[in-house]
Design a protein around this ligand. Structure first.
Ligand code: ZN
Length: 159
């Protein structure tokens, strides 16, 4: 199987069977991001525990609509950040960003990016890069909002 076919299969697999999909509680911040060039939308919540260097990504939940690339990217992103120390998750984000901005010239590191390597093929198409980055940008935005607050999770009782 050639690499492009393998990448396509990984993306289709996440699109058909998205991981961690659905909006969950508790969470500290919720954001809604839109990719107007393609029509992709994502509503995303983050639950972060601890603060500073001890911060941990406890959960990332989302509801996504749009193309297969944007939805598969959300699924892969949650696999890569949930349960990790925030600093490590941010470092994975930087690695993914470098891959997507590399216009197909960056060799993906499977040890860091796992299924995220499948988006190496997408990086060759500038119009689709925003699709792959939408949920990552939403995650980064929501996380910085969550860190700005004193960590009181939003629950049914406190909303
Ligand atoms: Zn898209």
């Amino acid at each position: 199987m050639d690499l492009d076919a393998l990448y396509q299969e990984i993306i289709l697999d996440h699109y058909k069977n998205p991981h961690h999909k659905g909006l969950r509680e508790p969470y500290e911040a919720e954001v809604h991001h839109v990719n107007p060039t393609c029509g992709d939308e994502v509503t995303l919540r983050v639950h972060v525990s601890g603060a500073g260097e001890d911060a941990v990504v406890e959960d990332v939940s989302y509801d996504a609509e749009g193309c297969s690339i944007s939805q598969a990217a959300a699924s892969v992103m949650t696999d890569l950040v949930i349960g990790k120390p925030l600093a490590e998750a941010m470092s994975v984000h930087e690695t993914f960003l470098a891959l997507m901005q590399g216009r197909g010239a960056v060799e993906p590191d499977e040890d860091v990016l796992e299924d995220g390597i499948a988006f190496a093929g997408v990086a060759k198409f500038p119009a689709r890069v925003k699709c792959a980055l939408l949920s990552w940008m939403a995650w980064k935005d929501a996380t910085s909002q969550a860190l700005d607050q004193t960590a009181t999770p939003v629950t049914e009782e406190t909303r």
